[in-house]
Write a protein that binds this ligand. Structure first.
Ligand SMILES: *[C@@H]1O[C@H](CO)[C@@H](O)[C@H](O)[C@H]1NC(C)=O
Length: 396
């Protein structure tokens, strides 16, 4: 029996589903030079003592500890206060660990997302920005500034920086009744701050990635409502952008996955363009410095997707998602393509050892990337011209 005709879905839904079967990527729109210059500056977001975003994360935050709870509160306060249109969810699990015996340690993943207001949950594909917020148990007093307090703060900065533009864009689309235009109307954005990335003892498959493993497993078996475009919240992740070990000077960022190399190259292009418009504080040419060759953090910018030869298969929070077919962009510093930054897993990985200009530049770069992904050209700075026009029309 052929039952297809009773399944009445509007044409656009069929088209989106079909499109997703072929190649599920979001649309992607380059920002103009003027817009790159208009992106919000970090201000004191990344001040290690008084900064609104980073300073509260620069403390020990071992899973289940008071420090961990305080950092979770900080995330919660930030989204509630600065990003009230976002939805917050916690995904909890517990696990024994090699050093805690029979005790179940709690792991709390912090999730926040913002979808187009007209779209139902299962129809939205989300750009997903990820960092882990837990700190390592040893050495005692370990802060983990690059690992990953600074990456968490970079993501917070980027999301706050695009939020008003996103509101303007979505208001505009609604005002114009322009909601059936395809993927653009069904693109959302999401943040994961994951718990329990670090091993308690030495890294093994079971002593590491506690939060990421639990989230990937749980979401894989949580179905969306039956007519949804995306079957589960896991499949709603259109790109999983993992930031780790960022905040040291002159990072080396390799490209690991041919399937997402196009996104890596878009990010590399933004790096070059932000340098060219002098929006990169760590750049040798910032503020009219001498014209010298700019470095390139994203060292595989010109490499073809067929000839990528990354250092090694790095174990990190993307692994449980990668294994389930999620597209990954892994942004991790590997000096000389063959090591981690010198402060890595030492007591020196603290606020004082961050290169703040570099941290700020990462904030700008991730802002620009998210803005291109969400197609926010024309929505930064002064209200968009068509918005002005439409409000003028209403007055008439
Ligand atoms: C998850 O854990 C947090 C922190 O312990 C707690 O506040 C919250 O109520 C828990 N959420 C759920 C859904 O169990």
């Amino acid at each position: 029996m052929l039952a297809a005709s009773s399944n009445r879905q509007p044409l656009w839904r069929c088209l989106i589903s079909l499109f997703c079967l072929i190649q599920c990527i979001a649309a992607y729109q380059t920002l103009s030079e003027d817009t790159l210059k208009l992106l919000p500056q970090p201000g004191n977001d990344f001040d290690i003592h008084e900064g609104n975003l980073l300073a509260p994360i620069l403390r020990t935050r071992v899973p289940g500890s008071a420090g961990s709870a305080a950092v979770l509160n900080h995330f919660n306060d930030f989204f509630k206060t600065s990003l009230p249109d976002w939805t917050i969810e916690l995904q909890n699990s517990t696990s024994k660990t090699p050093v805690t015996g029979k005790k179940e340690v709690p792991f709390v993943n912090f999730i926040a997302y913002r979808d187009p207001p007209w779209a139902s949950k299962g129809d939205v594909g989300r750009l997903t920005l990820v960092a882990h917020y837990d700190s390592k148990l040893h050495p005692e007093g370990f802060i983990g500034a690059i690992d990953s307090a600074a990456p968490c703060a970079m993501i917070m900065h980027a999301m706050r920086s695009i939020d008003a533009a996103l509101t303007r864009k979505w208001n505009d689309m609604e005002a114009q009744g322009n909601l059936d235009s395809g993927l653009e109307a069904y693109t959302g954005i999401q943040v994961f701050f994951l718990d329990g990335e670090e091993a308690f003892n030495t890294w093994t498959d079971s002593d590491s990635l506690y939060g990421a493993r639990s989230l990937a497993e749980t979401w894989e078996r949580t179905p969306h409502s039956s007519m949804s475009i995306f079957k589960t919240p896991l499949s709603s992740i259109t790109l999983f952008v993992l930031l780790d070990l960022l905040g040291s000077k002159n990072p080396t960022i390799q490209s690991y996955f041919p399937t997402t190399h196009w996104a890596y190259q878009s990010l590399a292009e933004l790096e070059s363009r932000l340098r060219a418009v002098k929006q990169f504080k760590s750049s040798p040419n910032y503020e009219g410095g001498k014209e010298v060759n700019e470095p390139q953090w994203l060292v595989d910018a010109k490499t073809s997707e067929h000839s990528l030869k990354p250092w090694t298969a790095i174990q990190d929070d993307h692994i449980p998602f990668l294994r389930r077919g999620v597209d990954i962009l892994h942004i991790i510093d590997t000096p000389g393509r063959a090591s981690f930054p010198t402060v890595w897993h030492t007591i020196k990985d603290d606020g004082e050892h961050l290169d703040i200009a570099t941290v700020e530049d990462w904030g700008m770069l991730m802002t620009a990337f998210a803005a291109e992904w969400m197609e926010l050209e024309g929505y930064f700075g002064e209200p968009h011209s068509t918005e002005k026009l439409s409000s003028r029309k209403t007055e008439l």
